[in-house]
Design a protein around this ligand. Structure first.
Ligand code: FAD
Length: 379
């Protein structure tokens, strides 16, 4: 067993750490306040070849592995979790289903502009009445000649305002009395397609979260992604990969909170000595460091299993669940160690707490992860 990152992974870590510290971190507080989408940062990430990182060079990607994707997501999230979730969704929700289930023609047409950064990747699954129970989809795609005509709505969709197209799930019929759910690629400029960007969120303010309304949206049948009726299975597979991204994002936020707490505990003096001299603070920091170490190892293991082509659903759920929960705990403790200052935006730790909460909700809530793990351990 070898726990060392390869030279290539170390290189990516170093490059992304510098980029995150110099380019991403400085505007994070301001973007959180103004809700400005980090478009300029993504232009630079595209120039660095990061936007199609794990996809084949044939489609404009960099041909890297899932561990590299986890490293990039963690480093971006450490500096600004809004940037981190945008990147993670772009790759694992936008690009991955096209890469996994698309035809050659679809990959060239839709995956390539995602890899080059010409468009952002997005994925429309959740609906007002279909969240954890995503099979409860009500959006319908009805055949009409060579087209599908789609009606319905989606909620909380990341990146859609900046996507030229995205895959959505819709009911395409009924088989043995059960809904037949398929994935269909829809151009966002199609007539009848509206992207609404007006949520007031708790955190991740600089990320783009949208509502989609589809009214008689007509797309050619060739836009079907993968086989008809496979939409439900496809999104489960897609979410497995996405959970590694959310796990990495949570590790990034936890690391940022820990770094701040450690630094502040050495600077702040009370009762004549730094907070870090009190054993209670030391124990808090020791627990934080241990949890981050474990969460990161879990993320890497899930990514490694995926890269080996081995089953990784259980490990992806476990890493997402654990990393999300420790990110919340660590952000909470980082605010506590900062005392009153921690409650102020300037010290950033309150943002980590607001941003970390999404990790316990998106791509399957913590309860859903426990349900997935319970099923996979044979309950
Ligand atoms: C910022 C943000 C970005 C998002 N991005 C995307 C995106 O890009 N694409 C997309 O498709 N979706 C996206 N989502 C949606 C996200 O995946 C859902 O919010 C999530 O899956 C939960 O669904 P829900 O909100 O409907 O909650 P619900 O399913 O209504 O759950 C409410 C509560 O009930 C619990 N619960 C539900 N069922 C059970 C059960 N059987 N047993 C025990 N407890 C249960 C849940 O765990 C939760 O605590 C995003 C959400 C947010 C907030």
């Amino acid at each position: 067993m070898n726990f060392d990152l390869s030279q290539e992974h170390q290189m990516i870590r170093k490059t992304m750490k510098e980029f995150a510290d110099k380019v991403v971190a400085p505007g994070a507080i301001e973007r959180d306040r103004t809700k400005a989408f980090p478009k300029e940062i993504f232009k630079q990430l595209a120039d660095m070849g990061m936007m199609g990182l794990p996809f084949s060079e044939e489609y404009g990607g960099a041909g890297a592995d899932t561990i590299s994707f986890a490293i990039v997501t963690e480093e971006l999230s450490r500096a600004c979790a809004s940037t981190g979730i945008t990147y993670s969704a772009h790759i694992s929700l936008g690009g991955a289903p096209l890469n996994l289930f698309g035809t050659e023609e679809q990959k060239h047409k839709y995956l390539t502009p995602i890899c080059t950064g010409e468009t952002f990747g997005a994925f429309g699954l959740t609906e007002p009445n279909a969240g954890s129970d995503a099979g409860g989809t009500q959006t319908r795609a009805v055949e009409d000649g060579d087209d599908f005509v789609i009606n319905g709505s989606k909620v909380y969709i990341t990146n859609a305002s900046y996507a030229k197209h995205l895959a959505i799930t819709a009911i395409t019929g009924e088989v043995d009395g059960k809904k037949e759910i398929s994935a269909i690629i829809v151009p966002t400029d199609a007539e009848g397609f509206t992207v609404i960007d007006n949520y007031e969120k708790m955190g991740l303010n600089a990320s783009n979260t949208t509502e989609l309304v589809l009214e008689n949206v007509r797309v050619p049948k060739e836009n079907l992604l993968g086989k008809r009726g496979e939409g439900f299975r496809q999104f489960l597979v897609t979410l497995d990969g996405g959970r590694i991204g959310i796990g990495a994002m949570a590790v990034g936020i936890a690391q940022a909170a820990f770094d701040r707490a450690l630094r502040y505990s050495k600077e702040r003096k009370q009762f004549g000595k730094p907070l870090s001299d009190f054993q209670i603070t030391q124990f808090k920091l020791a627990d934080m460091a241990m949890k981050i170490e474990l969460a990161r190892t879990m993320v890497y293991k899930a990514a490694w299993l995926k890269d080996q082509g081995r089953p990784f659903s259980k490990e992806a759920s476990m890493c997402k669940l654990y990393a999300s929960e420790i990110a919340m705990q660590i952000a909470d403790q980082a605010v506590q160690i900062h005392g009153g200052y921690g409650y102020m935006k300037e010290y950033e730790v309150e943002r980590y707490m607001r941003d970390a909460k999404l990790c316990e909700i998106g791509e399957g809530t913590s309860e859903v992860q426990r349900m997935v793990i319970a099923r996979l351990i044979g309950c």
